[in-house]
Write a protein that binds this ligand. Structure first.
Ligand SMILES: [Zn+2]
Length: 56
């Protein structure tokens, strides 16, 4: 069994193969999982009007 690399600093999921280093401006204390990373990227780098377009 793979040794867990830690917990996601955002959602608490176990980090195994995939973990991501958060951007300093996200105020995260450690690595985060892929789903939190992509969600954060979306929140921080896609403009609000653009986000409305991509929702559907
Ligand atoms: Zn997470």
């Amino acid at each position: 069994m793979a040794k867990p690399a830690g917990k996601c600093a955002s959602c608490g999921a176990d980090l195994t193969t995939f973990k991501y280093k958060p951007m300093p401006e996200w105020n995260m204390q450690g690595p985060i999982c892929g789903s939190c990373y992509s969600r954060k990227l979306t929140e921080h780098y896609i403009a609000p009007d653009r986000r409305e377009v991509t929702k559907k």
